[in-house]
Design a protein around this ligand. Sequence first.
Ligand SMILES: Cc1cc2nc3c(=O)[nH]c(=O)nc-3n(C[C@H](O)[C@H](O)[C@H](O)COP(=O)(O)OP(=O)(O)OC[C@H]3O[C@@H](n4cnc5c(N)ncnc54)[C@H](O)[C@@H]3O)c2cc1C
Length: 490
Amino acid sequence: MSSQADPSRPRSLESVANWDLEADVVIVGYGGAGACSAIEATRAGAEVLILEAAGGGGGCTAMSGGHLYLGGGTRPQKAVGLEDTAEDMYRYLMAGDDGPDQAKSRVYADESVAHFEWLVELGVPFTDAIWEERHTLQPDDACLIWSGNEKAYPFNQVARPAARGHKVAREGEAGAELWVHLSAAVEASGARIECDTPARALVVDSDGRVVGVIASQQGRELAVCARRGVVLSSGGFIMNRDMLRNHIPSIHQRLEHVEQHGNPHDQGVGIRMGAGAGAAAIRMGEYFITVPWYPPASLTYGILVNARGQRFVNEDCYHGRVAGAAFEQPEGKVYLIADDSCFGWPEMGFELAATEGSVEELERALELPATTLQHTLSVYNQHAARGEDPLFHKHPNWLKPLDQAPFAALDCSLGRAPYIAFTLGGLRTLPSGETLTEQGSAIPGLFAAGANASGITRSAGTYCSGQSVGDATFFGRRAGRSAAASAPWR
Ligand SMILES: Cc1cc2nc3c(=O)[nH]c(=O)nc-3n(C[C@H](O)[C@H](O)[C@H](O)COP(=O)(O)OP(=O)(O)OC[C@H]3O[C@@H](n4cnc5c(N)ncnc54)[C@H](O)[C@@H]3O)c2cc1C
């Protein structure tokens, strides 16, 4: 079969002369969602076959920082004295105006502690320590970090804040350590793994039931029968320019300035296969984006302004929420204004746009419209002196007048600063992993999880570090269990 074959065109059962491989549950993609799906499906007694496009498993999960967004009173949260409940976590997940998935958020919050324990039972290590300082990824092996907007407005109005970013115990990036334990559990489960075997299309019967997968291996087409179900877990589509053009033109048009955060197989094949079989693809225009402008945390005392010299966000938000807002600013121009008391160099790739002895000179050097930055800073400073930010509600802990010369502007503009993005849209699923049509009916035999599905990760404005790997592992398990429990079609 040609590698150009359209994955959105399913094959008919009649067109399959014979099956080359067969299993109860066939899993497409061996990353976090696929591995957890395989572990649970084999535990439920199913014979499992995993098809993986790359030479080995892991996908983005193994490349990741190893953050999982978990809470409700996990062991590390309790150990460091953090109070958290499933209800607070649920309320937090439901905050924002981007249409959170109520059913998924509910079950994710309610079963988050159990999911943590499940990972621990697999051998995934977590320390009982917290990294309190505002950071993108704790550099040591401390487990907990404030990885979202919990302490920032408006989220702090709806739920008691708690640190819920749980990093696997390893210094720096820890996704590889997570993968060591997930893959060991899959190998011990007896699931069969076929690497270098990309899935190309689904096979459906005349009633629309998904009955198998067409894959290719060493240039040969394989027909793979899935007696009970197919789980699509082959990741997102940040590497697919055509899909970006169709679904996220704002990223596509600015790709030269945005790093595509993913692996080469993030081509959206699973999403297209599922959509071709009738599943709705939803939130396809949503993405995660970041420009990691902190640490140092002291920069949070600064203000972010656009090409009009105006603020547009409370700067104490998570870097992804800030980047989402920055990405939308006119001309893509954004500056972080700091005074001598709070300036520091971000860890990665930022340049100084200007440094001057007065705000007026800085405004001129940045070519901002006359008096705009001066006015913004004057209003900000007046309120900051009283511990207030009536415009954006930055927390008083991060408010102090910026009045100590010299003044500096770090360039956070598109094309100048390191913007990084991946996709969040995917197939519409129930918390069980069953895929749904536009009309809301389940497609028999078809399940999806991880970045193949639209989950608790919703938009740049509400994303938190750890939500993707958390979602992939949590809902991957559920999809595997559901597929294993489906009645076989033969
Ligand atoms: C550098 C980096 C750091 C990140 N850090 C974090 C973090 O700390 N916390 C967090 O929550 N999120 C993080 N993310 C995002 C997160 O890693 C992913 O969203 C998540 O791991 C997706 O899991 P998944 O199982 O859906 O996909 P993946 O883990 O990517 O697995 C998908 C697998 O499917 C395979 N595949 C693709 N197409 C096919 C096909 N046609 N047939 C068969 N197999 C196929 C791929 O090769 C891959 O192995 C990070 C992302 C990157 C790139």
